[in-house]
Design a protein around this ligand. Structure first.
Ligand code: SF4
Length: 305
């Protein structure tokens, strides 16, 4: 029988939620490709998904529920059928609900898969059951909280917006590995003449795509950011009307913090030559539509934003 083509969505825990075109032959996926008509995927998948047909049919993949047969931590499990697993779970839950009420059950999960349908697929069931509701703060909400504290209600720009930028600043992100679809817009901007700068601690696989690579000592990029602000202020490259209308604390930052970050001190702190700090600040400050793309790592440190 000839393989048939089916549309699907990547099931991995990844916000790109790529559109897939899956070739199925005899009930088995035999090839997986990015959906060329999906506007964000644009026909390209990351290496994690490129050979999904091998992963999904791998002989070591779990295909049945497992029941623990020994003390916790000993790794003793035995396969059981879906019917058995469901019957036992339902029996236990009925007992819990009868004794303590349905709110004694907490569905503990985060995104898992990030397609709009799959991500919240369990909600209807658990809500109907009357289970407790989880504030899903397990992964990235610390970043959201940090963003809100610093940026207020200002939304982050759309990833596609950088296609219109003339200066893109990739800050602490190995986009080739972790943001392959964001790079579509970066490449589009480059084709139209945008400059792309990278700030990171080492020259990773994204570096060859960039016009300039600025390497900082680990943990010092905050000083580089303050050094850039210092120069934007000193060179009169700030949007004063915007600052006056929308930014709290700009005067205090200017008076108390920025004077301490001239390029020479930034060089001593970060290892970035003072001349490069000046070039970066000027490029950013004089760009028509600069686009800053920070990586996720910033939210994984105690002092990250
Ligand atoms: S980038 Fe990779 S993991 Fe993420 S949704 Fe696309 S194919 Fe899946």
């Amino acid at each position: 029988m000839a393989a048939t083509s089916h549309r699907s969505v990547c099931p991995y825990d990844c916000p790109d939620a790529c559109g897939l075109v899956v070739q199925v032959d005899g009930g088995r996926a035999v090839a997986v490709a990015g959906d060329p008509e999906h506007p964000f995927t644009r026909g390209a998948l990351c290496p994690k998904m490129n050979r999904y047909q091998d992963t999904v049919h791998h002989p070591e993949r779990l295909t049945t529920p497992l029941r623990r047969t020994g003390p916790k931590g000993t790794g003793a499990f035995a396969p059981v059928s879906w019917e058995e697993a469901l019957a036992q779970t339902a029996e236990r839950w009925r007992g819990i609900i009868a004794r303590h009420g349905a709110e004694a059950i907490l569905p503990y999960s985060y995104a898992g898969t990030m397609g709009l349908v799959q991500r919240n697929a369990g909600h209807a069931f658990f809500h109907r059951l009357g289970a407790s509701r989880l504030d899903r703060t397990i992964c990235s909400p610390a970043k959201d909280a940090g963003w809100s504290l610093v940026m207020g209600k200002t939304p982050a720009p759309s990833p596609d917006a950088c296609a219109a930028s003339d200066l893109i600043l990739l800050w602490g992100i190995n986009a080739v590995a972790t943001n392959v679809h964001g790079l579509h817009a970066v490449r589009e901007a480059k084709r139209k003449g945008a400059q792309v700068w990278l700030v990171d601690t080492y020259a990773h696989a994204t570096a060859p795509l960039c016009d300039r690579v600025v390497l900082v000592k680990p943990g010092t990029d905050g000083a580089l950011a303050l050094g850039i602000l210092h120069l934007l202020d000193r060179l009169g490259l700030c949007d004063e009307a915007f600052l006056a209308a929308h930014v709290q604390g700009a005067a205090g930052l200017r008076e108390r913090i920025l004077p301490g970050y001239p390029p020479e001190r930034v060089e001593a702190l970060t290892g970035v030559p003072a001349a490069t700090v000046r070039e970066l600040a000027e490029a950013y400050g004089r760009a028509r539509d600069p686009h800053l793309r920070p990586g996720n790592g910033l939210s994984r440190t105690a002092t990250g934003p």
